[in-house]
Design a protein around this ligand. Structure first.
Ligand SMILES: [Zn+2]
Length: 328
């Protein structure tokens, strides 16, 4: 099909061998079937190379495949055109008093689905305390308390739904099992953040869907349960996979989107970056354009301990997208 997937993905997990130890060996290799962005029927899948930019991780000795569905320039153009169209639509509805005024602050209800193989910790049974800590991490990150710009968003945990189902464990990105899991479990409207926690396929830390005009049952974020605060995913266990994936859910691209040229991540105050940054490479500067690489930004791929901020431009982009796509 013409369009590549809209499910955005994870951050790399494969740098530290201690991390690799907990990752899967059963992952599908080479192709990732995934849902299409705007026009495809929900059941439609396509296969495509998963490992299109894997050199950075291979050089570091990791086995993780690259983000299986990072956006192409064409996909970004399509998404940006759709955002503009959605904003025009909202504006005309508002002119006719058919839509509420744009929101300046938003509390997002969060439903957390804990997918377990069995009742053991190794089988996915993480304690409630890790989940409440994750919500705290989100609130800290999105309020600017960790050092970045304050965004409009706060998060309120409304439900923890524990599901024991070996058929959904691990959660396999792009699989029919993922679709059936989400179709069965997803709750709420477009404003409700559904988080699926479990062991994940393909060495992934997480993946997310971008907002769409029409609510799709696939909407939500999937996060490796051991990436939550206190988890066992070394270097990725402070909860910032959740922060990163929710950023996608709120319409942010990676800081390295588009590399050094063009409109990059469509945010003007995140310096361009040629490729993902891993670990914490202070002083990295991969583009001739102004500014060092934004390695401390939540939308890069660095260690949790390295990333602590969104920019004002990202905060603005998220709120604009909220009012275009997710507000009532
Ligand atoms: Zn990502």
């Amino acid at each position: 099909m013409g369009l590549r997937p809209n499910l955005l993905t994870r951050r790399a997990a494969g740098v530290a061998s201690t991390t690799l130890a907990l990752l899967l060996s059963t992952a599908a290799v080479g192709v990732v079937p995934a849902a299409s962005a705007f026009s495809a029927a929900p059941s439609e899948v396509c296969a495509e190379p998963a490992d299109v930019h894997s050199d950075a991780r291979i050089k570091k000795g990791g086995i993780a495949k690259h983000e299986p569905n990072e956006l192409t320039a064409k996909q970004v153009r399509e998404r940006e055109a759709d955002l503009a169209a959605a904003l025009r639509e909202r504006a005309s509805f508002r002119a006719g008093a058919q839509a509420a005024a744009p929101l300046a602050s938003v509390t997002i209800p969060v439903v957390v689905h804990v997918i377990q193989r069995d009742s053991t910790r190794a089988g996915g049974n993480i304690p409630d305390s890790m989940i409440t800590s994750q919500i705290s991490v989100l609130n800290q990150a999105y309020s600017g308390a960790t050092g970045g710009a304050a965004t409009a968003f706060g998060f309120q945990l409304t439900k923890i739904n524990r599901v024991t189902n070996p058929a959904w464990y691990p959660i396999v990105q792009g699989s029919s099992a993922e679709r059936s899991m989400k179709t069965s479990l997803r709750e709420g409207g477009k404003n409700t953040l559904n988080v699926y926690l479990g062991e994940l396929s393909d060495d992934l830390l997480g993946w997310a869907t971008f907002p769409q005009r029409k609510l799709n049952s696939m909407d939500g974020v999937v996060v490796l349960s051991e990436s939550l605060p206190g988890g066992t995913a070394a270097n990725y266990n402070q909860g910032d996979t959740g922060t990163h994936e929710v950023g996608h859910w709120l319409n942010l691209y990676h800081t390295f989107q588009g590399g050094c040229s063009g409109s990059g991540d469509s945010v003007s105050d995140t310096p361009a970056e040629a490729s993902p940054a891993f670990q914490c490479p202070t002083g990295r500067d991969t583009c001739a354009t102004a500014g060092l690489d934004p390695i401390t930004n939540f939308m890069d791929y660095t260690y949790d301990s390295c990333m602590y901020q969104f920019t004002a431009g990202q905060a603005s982009r998220m709120l604009t997208a909220w009012n275009a796509y997710r507000a009532a």
